[in-house]
Design a protein around this ligand. Structure first.
Ligand code: PEP
Ligand code: MG
Length: 755
């Protein structure tokens, strides 16, 4: 059986010589395919690269007809080459032509070659091409040969990236990272921020790929993995994990991966083919990235983040680069760039120096986004490729209103955004001016505007915004940012602080809404893995099934509110029976206070969120039992339309301003009016002036929103004639359209409503 001549290490050395020669990229490729074919004793070696049209174009070949070069092109998924690119994995076939994916291209003359081994050419986890060898005989390529070809493909990726072959510029530093770059992401927190980029986890650039001494590299790799495992164990043993900015859950996943023998083994195999330890880490990470990105299971895709972090940690271990102290070197206008992060990590930064946050992944209703909103940090998420494009210190503009990001913006963009920021500041001034004015419509309808809160840092916003109370206090946030379960004392302290700040204004405490996407780092996750967590064991379902946690919390609330007014609300109630059980638990705790002669709240109101549609069909039974109802439009929307609120594919498919949603909400508002039960809406819908206008038009008179929205929404209310709007909306509920947004916008425009 033919084998490799001189082995992969010799080949790598030859490749290094070719790369050092002052030649054009095409000539280099032509030489490289000859070298590979000879070294691997293959009759054919071909390089296909992704061209501007996203086709795999034959760029160089040894063995196929030279006239096919730049003429043969395959789509991703087409033929065996296309298959390798589509799945980002090697193919090793002794009889390629009998493979169902084989696509015959007569111009190449490849019909005489039976066997084929091909590997993807990967850069930063992306397929930039395919490298193939072929033989006339039915040859079985060994695992070592596949491994060697993958290593060569990694070096090849550097050659093509350093040249202008796949659209990048030839010289280091990479010129693409010097040009202006625009990303259309998703708005996670409103605001405009102009500042400079700070990488949450600085990247390590691997510059030296080919090893001088392979034995030494193997040793370095083993030592680094050993040290990495030790450092993760140390972190897990650290008492105050929240301060270290780490989550136990993530660290435990790291520990599992770091101890995975397969991972180390694959890196050692890669190093044995002649790569440096750093390059071996990167090669295996490239493979992992490419594979996981294609996984259908979102849980597996999410693990990619963990693997990336781990590989980066290992690279830092190898190169001795340490994380600079987070706040020490922070510029005054820092814009933090991360793949994703937890709320505690964001809280670690000096808030006075933070202007913006950009996440490559993330979700608008994930806890880090909620904390960013509470801080007033302009945040954009799902910013595809930001980490690939950004250099530390780059000038960057984050438009948290539209989700746009301008990296290295031109002077024109800077001027226009400076103007936009000034305009916003002027608007803020106007909002301040009406801070103490009531939110009353032109025709005299009073609308109560409340704020949503969840952390101690949110509390000053109540006063600053001029809101009339706290419509939703998300108690789970305290649990989510802590490293261990908050004690009864911690809970009492926070609830007392909330009541102190609220004074005579109402504050509605929602009991723990955990589960779904709101995981507690210290909860046992293994038993919580669910197919559909949003529809799973969460919120009041956990509260009722494991009543100790809920009882503990209710006790803390009752204690904190001794002698004062208390309002408690339950999340995710789907039926009256659930509400009754939760309410009974509160009554039992009050009886306990009586029994021990402890002071009770001066008054108590108990209500429920309405965010599961089923509850809307029991209102005649429910409303006489509750003191108030609050609609959670975020969850209600996803359940009403069966569209996951965190899934970007469907999150914007349906519109809140649709006949379906508006009719549904009108039904609830009418029922609550009939029963004289106070009704609020506390989802994100209330914070947008046009949506808030529609809510007032369909009958709501109390809405709760993020503090920054109070000014714009009050401005809207004060410019609205609700009688006219009600009449206008009568014509909208029955329309056969997916959205009536444009109708409502026209109404606002025609009637001078400030939206
Ligand atoms: C909602 O679902 O609308 C809501 C207010 O609750 P959360 O966003 O915390 O789920
Ligand atoms: Mg909810």
């Amino acid at each position: 059986m033919p084998g490799s001549v001189g082995g992969p290490r010799i080949l790598l050395r030859r490749l290094r010589e070719v790369m050092a020669e002052p030649e054009s990229a095409q000539k280099r490729l032509d030489k490289i395919v000859v070298l590979i074919a000879a070294n691997m004793v293959a009759e054919v070696c071909s390089v296909y690269l992704m061209n501007g049209a996203r086709e795999l174009e034959l760029f160089a070949t040894e063995g196929l007809k030279p006239s096919a070069v730049h003429a043969t092109r395959l789509r991703v998924g087409e033929g065996l080459v296309g298959d390798i690119a589509a799945h980002a994995r090697p193919l090793n076939l002794a009889d390629a032509q009998s493979h169902p994916g084989f696509a015959y291209r007569p111009e190449t003359g490849e019909e005489i070659y039976k066997s084929l081994m091909g590997v993807p050419v990967l850069r930063s986890g992306k397929v930039v091409g395919v490298l193939v060898v072929q033989n006339r005989t039915r040859r079985h390529y060994t695992e070592e040969e596949v491994e060697a070809l993958q290593t060569v493909a990694m070096v090849l990726a550097e050659v093509v990236a350093a040249a202008d072959l796949i659209g990048t510029e030839p010289d280091e530093p990479d010129l693409t990272r010097q040009r202006p770059f625009h990303i259309a992401g998703t708005s996670f927190a409103e605001g405009i921020a102009l500042g400079h980029a700070v990488l949450h986890e600085p990247r390590v650039h691997v510059t030296k790929l080919i090893a001088e001494d392979t034995e030494l590299e193997l040793k370095r790799l083993e030592q680094a993995v050993y040290a990495l495992r030790g450092s993760i164990d140390d972190m897990l043993e650290t008492e105050d994990l929240s301060h270290a900015g780490e989550h136990r859950e993530v660290l435990q996943a790291y520990r599992m991966f770091a101890n995975d023998r397969g991972w180390l083994q694959r890196m050692l195999e890669a190093a044995k083919t002649g790569l440096t330890a750093e390059a071996a880490v990167e090669r295996v990470q490239n493979d992992t990235r490419a594979r996981l990105q294609r996984a259908a299971d979102p849980y597996i895709r999410d693990r990619l983040h963990d693997f990336d972090d781990l590989a980066n940690r290992l690279l830092r271990q190898l190169t001795g680069v340490t994380l600079a102290s987070l706040s020490a070197n922070l510029p005054n206008d820092a814009i933090i760039i991360a793949r994703n992060m937890g709320p505690a990590e964001l809280l670690d930064y000096d808030k006075d120096r933070l202007r913006g946050l950009v996440l490559e992944e993330g979700a608008p209703n994930a806890h880090v986004s909620i904390v960013a909103r509470a801080f007033g940090i302009a945040t954009v998420g799902r910013a595809e490729d930001i980490l690939e494009q950004v250099e530390p210190g780059d000038a960057i503009i984050v438009d948290g209103d539209t989700g746009e990001i301008y990296l290295r913006p031109s002077q024109e963009v800077i001027s226009s955004y400076s103007e936009k920021a000034r305009f916003r500041a002027r608007k803020q001034e106007q909002y301040k001016e009406i801070r103490d004015e009531p939110a009353v419509t032109l025709d005299g309808a009073k609308v109560d505007l409340y704020v949503n809160a969840g952390l101690q840092v949110d509390l000053p916003h109540l006063e600053e915004s001029g809101a009339e109370g706290i419509g939703l206090f998300r108690t789970e946030l305290q649990f989510m940012i802590a490293s261990t379960l908050p004690s009864l004392r911690d809970q009492i302290d926070l609830y007392r602080a909330v009541l102190d700040v609220a004074g005579d204004r109402p504050a509605v405490f929602r009991t723990l809404d955990i589960g779904g996407d709101k995981m507690l780092p210290y909860m046992n996750l293994a038993s919580m893995k669910e197919e559909n967590p949003a529809l799973g064991w969460r919120a009041i379902r956990i509260g009722l099934d494991r009543p100790a946690l809920l009882r503990h919390q209710v006790r803390a609330l009752l204690t904190a509110a001794a002698g004062r007014s208390l309002r408690i609300m339950f999340p995710m109630v789907a039926e009256v029976a659930e509400y009754k059980r939760a309410r009974a638990l509160v009554d039992k705790e009050i009886a306990r206070l009586d029994k021990f002669g402890k002071e009770k709240p001066a008054s108590l109101e108990v209500g429920t969120m309405l965010e599961v549609p089923s509850l809307a069909w029991q209102l005649d039974t429910l409303l006489p039992m509750v003191d108030f109802v609050s609609i959670g439009s975020n969850d209600l929307m996803q359940f009403l339309f069966a569209s996951d609120r965190g899934n970007p594919r469907v999150a914007t498919r349906y519109d809140l301003l649709s006949p379906a949603v508006l009719s549904f909400l009108r039904h609830i508002a009418a029922k609550c009016r009939e029963h004289a039960t106070p009704l609020t809406l506390c989802g994100e819908m209330s914070g947008k002036p046009l949506e808030a206008m529609a809510l007032v038009g369909l009958g709501l008179r109390r809405i709760s929103m993020s503090p920054a929205a109070i000014g714009p929404v009050k401005m809207m209310v004060r410019s609205l004639d609700v009688g006219k709007l009600e009449a206008f909306m009568e014509g909208l509920y029955g329309l056969p359209e997916r959205s009536v947004r444009s109708h409502l916008a026209s109404f606002a425009e025609d009637h001078g409503v400030a939206v």
